[in-house]
Ligand binder design. Structure first.
Ligand SMILES: NC(=O)c1ccc[n+]([C@@H]2O[C@H](COP(=O)([O-])OP(=O)(O)OC[C@H]3O[C@@H](n4cnc5c(N)ncnc54)[C@H](O)[C@@H]3O)[C@@H](O)[C@H]2O)c1
Length: 274
């Protein structure tokens, strides 16, 4: 077991990649607290587990007071935190121009497929509302900051030499995807590197993972043609399974990665070499 009796927090872990990470860390011996905006689904992750060993909480990670309150509860239950996996992320916000962008992509690929001169454009920015931009940055970037701050405060107070794994995305390198999403994921890389430097004197490591296209519910938002085109462009010929991303996170969170900090581990089937 790589993580025997470590105390871990995984955000956005009621489904998808986060759920796979939570289950993998638990299988490696950690006690795991799942945070998710959906409380029942967060608790349901542990339906088949030993009662009380793992926890599930409702928390909107974009709300700093809610984050501080939930970390206080986790600290009380676990006696501290050794590992934070900042996984929660969203690809859409309110009135963010996603509908117009996806419609533009579909229309343009239809025009190209019919051999017509393409006149449609994947416009998102001209339709983007302030709230749409702020929500995606608020969850994907500021939410990671709030959770990391709460976790590091606990680690420092208790002299815990822990570590943090931030989930970014291949989009940070390729630029592909919704504009606010790409921006947030690129910022996560900078956040990871800056925090890794800052915390290095305490031995606390901070790393990131770039998943490529991974088969989770977030993909359900994308048009079918886009998913097919995405898979065709992946050298390994398919999307990742959530457990394949979880394996990379378990490695970085363990002592096996004791000399890795500020690094980005790319798990994307060879699509981009970030
Ligand atoms: N699936 C992919 O192809 C892919 C590729 C690259 C990166 N990622 C990243 O991996 C992470 C997980 O993606 P996924 O595909 O599993 O997504 P998902 O939508 O399947 O799951 C995300 C989870 O986060 C929760 N969540 C959303 N907003 C939250 C908030 N404000 N506070 C707390 N919880 C919140 C949701 O309820 C959900 O359970 C995200 O950061 C995503 O950007 C995913």
């Amino acid at each position: 077991m790589l993580l025997k009796d470590k105390r871990a927090v995984v955000t956005g872990a009621a489904q998808g990649i986060g759920r796979a990470i939570a289950l993998r860390l638990a299988a490696e011996g950690a006690r795991v607290a799942v945070l998710d905006i959906h409380e029942a689904a967060a608790k349901a992750v542990w339906a088949d587990s030993e009662p009380g060993r793992h926890l599930g909480f409702a928390c909107d990670i974009a709300d700093s007071k809610a984050v501080d309150a939930v970390f206080a509860k986790i600290s009380e239950a676990f006696g501290g935190v050794d590992i934070l996996v900042n996984n929660a992320g969203i690809g859409r916000g309110p009135n963010d121009g996603s509908d117009q962008m996806y419609a533009g992509i579909a229309e343009r690929s239809g025009q190209l497929a019919r051999g017509e001169k393409p006149t449609a454009h994947p416009d998102q920015m001209i339709h983007m509302s302030d709230e749409g931009w702020a929500r995606v940055l608020g969850v994907n970037l500021t939410g990671q900051f709030y959770c990391a701050r709460a976790a590091v405060r606990l680690m420092v107070a208790e002299n815990v030499v822990g570590n943090i794994v931030n989930i970014a995305s291949t989009s940070a390198a390729s630029g592909e995807g919704p504009l606010h999403y790409v921006t947030s994921k690129a910022a996560v890389v900078g956040f990871t590197r800056g925090l890794a430097r800052e915390l290095s004197t305490r031995g606390i490591r901070v790393n990131a993972v770039h998943p490529g296209a991974t088969n989770t519910p977030i993909m359900g938002n994308l048009p079918d043609e886009m998913v097919k085109a995405m898979e065709a462009a992946i050298p390994l010929g398919r999307m990742a399974r959530p457990d394949e991303v979880a394996a990379a996170v378990a490695f970085l969170a363990s002592d096996q990665a004791s000399y890795a900090t500020g690094s980005v581990l790319t798990v994307n089937g060879g699509q981009y070499f970030a």
